[in-house]
Design a protein around this ligand. Structure first.
Ligand code: UT7
Length: 325
């Protein structure tokens, strides 16, 4: 029996040059490396330079992913950019990236699911590819959260960073389960009753301003472990795999304590967590492809590995993806 699967051909990432450490932050707000590291696992984050935009980061990550995939802009017919920090309210930042990489056909659009954006983007692209509507997709997560942080609010400004990651997906016809490759399963959820727990207090239709990120951290934390564990358990149950068969857990990077708690709850060896939150902080939709890129570049993650991704973010939105790399 043949089936169409979305296979990852290449991955890329980009982090702005400027690094802001916890010690640097302690000079701006009343905080300390000890507090930030012990509560979150974060040591530093990358911050964009003046004039550097989400499209610039996304373009660099996309070009690296294309090169590693061995394809070029014109080979891509679907571009999905997951971001909550677009260059402008419109047009979609995805079309700027489309122009920058020379992909002058097909379709490009933004997708907004905050920190879950990359998983939502993967699921959307996967369904388009499996349906036969498109052949090759670029899924990008790119963010400049530093532009929506209140740099006087120590509750939030210490948690986030800027960056971008991208993958090239191709629809491939596989013959049997022996060829089991690509995205095996995705699960998506949202529950708008929790939209006021993590939000931005501005927007074009409400205040006419960009606004700043606000968060009830403890509430988000409480829901995160429960929601993530639930969606992972469902993914494993539907796929027939067990937690001990996962080679690499490549989660959204918000807080080390959330990841350790989730691993404990689903019975996953903590050694299998790809952790980048120490160096990148929370880069929202960019955090999963950046972590994936890190594990590929250092040689940990290899072809044939079973990879589990998950994310949860504002909305609430959350979801997971199971991939045979
Ligand atoms: O990616 C989307 C999802 N986002 C998340 O998953 C974030 C989820 N939440 C968290 O990661 C954690 O809740 C935080 C890291 C945000 C906070 O950790 P916590 O252990 O829940 O701390 P808390 O909110 O209970 O705050 C404890 C204390 C407070 O002081 P009081 O009121 O107890 O006197 C805060 O004012 O820590 C204080 N505090 C700080 N102190 C030093 C808050 N931020 C800071 C800071 N430096 N930066």
């Amino acid at each position: 029996m043949s089936l169409i699967r979305s296979v990852i051909l290449g991955c890329g990432g980009y982090l702005p040059e400027n690094v802001l450490t916890n010690e640097d932050l302690a000079k701006i707000v009343d905080t300390s490396d000890e507090w930030i590291y012990s509560r979150t696992g974060i040591r530093q984050r990358h911050i964009v330079a003046e004039g550097e935009m989400t499209s610039d980061l996304g373009t660099k990550a996309a070009l690296q992913a294309l090169e590693r995939a061995g394809v070029e802009g014109p080979d891509i017919d679907l571009i999905l950019l997951a971001t909550s920090t677009p260059d402008n309210t419109f047009p979609a930042t995805a079309v700027t990236i489309q122009a920058n990489i020379g992909a002058h056909q097909g379709v490009a659009f933004d997708l907004q699911a905050v920190c879950s954006g990359f998983v939502f983007g993967l699921a959307t692209a996967d369904n388009f590819l499996k349906s036969g509507q498109f052949k090759r997709a670029l899924v990008i997560g790119a963010e400049t959260f530093s532009r929506i942080l209140d740099w006087e609010d120590r509750n939030t400004c210490v948690l986030f960073g800027d960056g971008a990651g991208a993958v090239v997906l191709e629809a491939q016809k596989l013959n049997s389960s022996a060829d089991d490759r690509g995205i095996l399963l995705t699960e998506l959820r949202s529950d708008g009753r929790h939209r006021d727990k993590l939000y931005v207090d501005g927007g074009p239709s409400s205040t006419g301003t960009v606004g700043h990120l606000r968060m009830h951290g403890r509430e988000v934390f409480r829901h995160a472990v429960t929601n993530i564990s639930e969606v992972i358990n469902r993914t494993l149950e539907l796929s027939g795999y067990s937690a001990d068969q996962i080679d690499w857990f490549v989660p959204h990077q918000a807080n080390k304590r959330i990841l350790d708690g989730t691993a404990r709850k689903i019975g996953l060896d903590p050694e299998k967590i790809v952790m980048t939150v120490d160096k990148h902080a929370n880069t929202s939709a960019a955090s999963i492809p950046l972590a994936l890129n890190t594990a590929l570049e250092d040689g940990r993650l290899k072809e044939g590995n079973l990879v589990l991704m998950e994310a949860m973010g504002g909305g609430f939105t959350w979801g997971s993806a199971l991939i045979k790399y």
